[in-house]
Design a protein around this ligand. Structure first.
Ligand code: ARG
Length: 474
């Protein structure tokens, strides 16, 4: 920490400095400034200022000459920032004051009229909503792309048999395509949540001013429309104090994160020598500096870990907001870092997941062999007893348990028992019971709506393609 507590840094140009005599301490400047992170709102800030300025002139609150000077000046500022020629100054606190200050250097007094009938409180709320709207749209595109990869894979692997797990114990055979389509559903809900968040965030706070509205004859509908918002926000206090939209984004993002993280956990397991179900491409694997045989799924581990950041971001902003009285409080400046970090993290995680899945290969033979292990078709056997011998399911469960025990004692699978051995447990068992013991027949038989049969999967993949790839999250 290099800040000198006693350093006085207030510039004579400080925008709110009119009533202050003494300078501000270096520590104060450092804790107060948000420019290091909110500079990424520059484009939204300029767009908001242009809409506001145009409206002010339209309403006769500023002159057309001032409007033209301001609009041209804002374009110059924008150009300077984009070309890296702009000097951001922590003494000017945030992006709003940095831009306004530069504007006044460029165009002089007219710049001072831009802040009529607005405050940084409604300005920052507008900027962040605009920024998040863009991020939500980008995330929706990413999630849609990932769904597409999953749907392609589901079609390819509609009939690939693998063990299905509950408690991470072999449960029943399923198809790999069915497993992939489970993620398509999760991502569909994720897109729905992001879409809901977008709908609610698309209200324009601009013109709420500091908290109470303004006495100038502004047209809030005009600014809202110019910025692509559905409506101006209806209550000025709420407009400047609300951060629900950021919380909704972080909540929705954290749920996307846990979905990706669960998938990564599976990929990591599947890529282990013990499972050996999957292999990541070289472009998404790393080697070990000491163990030459290693092929580490680092990208998957990182996506799993980065989910922690997204959950942290949500917790962080929830904690900032709880207990804040209306309307604006500087606490709310702390909304930006978690939002930016979570959005950036989510975007890279979705891209990495998409890349990993595109290049991954799945060992169908190995999965098939494993699907037959662990008495995976025991439920099929019990169902046969119910269907063919009309045994009540609970009784069938018991008989099957005895057969599993018998196979276990003999060290073989259910399908390796002879019909005589089976008859020693239930005398009415017949040869055709063996049909249900193959994993292929097992998955084929699970054709109830939403079930795992290859035919269901092919149909569900086609339906998912229609439903989700045409879906407009934005
Ligand atoms: N940098 C501030 C923020 O991000 C802008 C709003 C400041 N408003 C104020 N009244 N100090 O929240």
């Amino acid at each position: 920490m290099t800040t000198e507590p006693t350093k006085k840094t207030r510039k004579t140009s400080t925008i709110w400095g009119g009533r202050f005599g003494a300078g501000v301490s270096g520590v104060m400047e450092k804790i107060n400034a948000s420019i290091d992170f909110d500079k990424r709102l520059y484009a939204e800030d300029i767009a908001g200022s242009k809409a506001h300025c145009t409206m002010l002139a339209h309403q006769g609150i500023i002159s057309p000459e001032d409007r033209d000077a301001i609009l041209a000046g804002l374009d110059r500022v924008s150009g300077e920032i984009e070309e890296g020629r702009f000097t951001f100054d922590a003494g000017l606190e945030d992006i709003h004051m940095n831009i306004e200050h530069r504007l006044s250097e460029l165009i002089g007094d007219a710049a001072g009229r831009l802040h009529t009938a607005r405050s940084r409180n409604d300005q920052v709320a507008t900027d962040l909503r605009l920024w998040l709207r863009g991020a939500v749209d980008e995330i929706d595109r990413g999630l849609r792309g990932l769904q597409e990869v999953f749907i392609d894979l589901a079609e390819e692997h509609a009939a690939t048999v693998m063990p299905g797990f509950t408690h991470l114990q072999t449960a029943q055979p399923v198809t790999l395509g069915h497993h992939f389509l489970a993620y398509v559903e999760m991502l569909g809900r994720d897109r729905g949540r992001m879409g809901d968040c977008r709908k609610r965030l698309n209200e324009c706070p601009l013109g709420a001013a500091a908290l109470a509205g303004t006495s100038f004859p502004i047209d809030r509908h005009m600014t809202a429309e110019a910025l692509g918002f559905d409506t101006p926000s209806r209550n000025s206090l709420d407009a400047v104090s609300d951060r629900d939209f950021a919380l909704e984004f972080l909540g929705s993002g954290a749920i996307v994160g846990i979905h990706l993280s669960r998938l990564m956990e599976e990929l990591i397991l599947w890529c282990s020598a013990q499972f050996a179900f999957a292999r990541l491409s070289d472009s998404y694997s790393t080697g070990s500096s000491i163990m030459p045989q290693k092929r580490n799924p680092d990208a998957a581990e990182l996506v799993r870990a980065k989910t922690g950041r997204m959950i942290g971001a949500l917790n962080s902003l929830l904690t900032v907001m709880k207990g804040l009285p209306l309307a604006y409080g500087k606490d709310m400046q702390e909304d930006k870092e978690p939002v930016f970090d979570a959005a950036e993290t989510l975007i890279i995680c979705i891209a990495a997941t998409t890349g990993m899945l595109k290049g991954a290969t799945f060992d169908a033979q190995r999965m098939r062999a494993d699907a037959g292990q662990g008495f995976a078709t025991a439920t099929d056997l019990a169902d046969w007893l119910v269907r063919v011998l009309k045994v009540p399911f609970r009784k069938a469960h018991q008989i099957t348990g005895n057969l599993v025990k018998l196979a276990e004692d003999r060290g073989c699978g259910l399908e390796d028992l002879s019909v005589e051995e089976m008859k020693s447990v239930e005398s009415r068992i017949r040869e055709d019971i063996f049909q249900v013991l193959s994993v292929e027949n097992s998955v084929k038989s699970r054709n109830s709506y939403g079930g795992t049969s290859p035919r269901n999967v092919s149909e569900a993949a086609a339906e998912a393609r229609r439903r989700y790839l045409a879906m407009d999250g934005g």
